[in-house]
Design a protein around this ligand. Structure first.
Ligand SMILES: [Zn+2]
Length: 195
């Protein structure tokens, strides 16, 4: 009986270690659109969930099938399919270290709503801070694949203007530079003393 308890606990332990390890690997955030008009369907959470359930059937730890981590409805509400750091089904080759955000709408024909822009801005800035994501790593799907996703009515420049450079990232870079300079100084000092 006891051995099963130990195996059970071991499994839980390993699962959490795996989770933490994967979480620490978040390096990017990629933006998508759903390619379905948000004027016709403002909240597409269930629609995408059903579609991805049929297409891939990959259930998340949160119990959903949507391939992205987050989806933003026309009214700016943010809903979640997958935990941060969990495997996604969104961009080939970028499904383990990336947070994927889908905006409801077809931005080959329409524009995101103001509420969506505001929500996206909040989400990007929060995730950049939370995982120290490099500002260069806030990307769009079309930068990785031959697709217009998230649609040509939303430009990469426009997305870049949504976030300020993350200060914690800059501070980290300054710290790295200082550490490197200090170690260089120490090496130089060492050399002087040798001769
Ligand atoms: Zn996409």
């Amino acid at each position: 009986m006891k051995i099963w308890v130990i195996i059970g606990l071991g499994k839980i332990f390993l699962k959490n270690i795996e989770k933490i390890w994967k979480m620490n690997k978040i390096q990017k955030l990629i933006i998508h659109h759903t390619a379905v008009s948000h004027r016709l369907i403002p909240d597409q959470f269930d629609m995408v969930n059903d579609y991805h359930k049929q297409k891939w059937g990959m259930k998340s730890s949160l119990g959903y099938f949507g391939g992205y981590n987050y989806i933003i409805s026309a009214d700016g509400s943010i809903k979640q399919y997958r935990a941060d750091g969990e495997e996604t089904v969104a961009t080939t080759g970028h499904n383990f270290n990336t947070i994927h955000v889908a905006i409801c709408g077809d931005f080959t024909k329409e524009r995101p709503s103001l509420a969506q822009f505001i929500a996206l801005r909040v989400l990007i800035n929060n995730k950049m801070r939370e995982y120290t994501i490099d500002p260069d790593q806030i990307r769009t799907h079309r930068q990785f694949k031959n697709t217009s996703c998230p649609g040509n009515n939303i430009t990469d420049l426009e997305i870049r203007q949504l976030f300020a450079p993350d200060m914690s990232y800059i501070q980290q870079m300054i710290f790295k530079i200082q550490t490197t300079l200090n170690s260089m100084k120490l090496k130089l000092k060492g050399r002087k003393e040798e001769h």
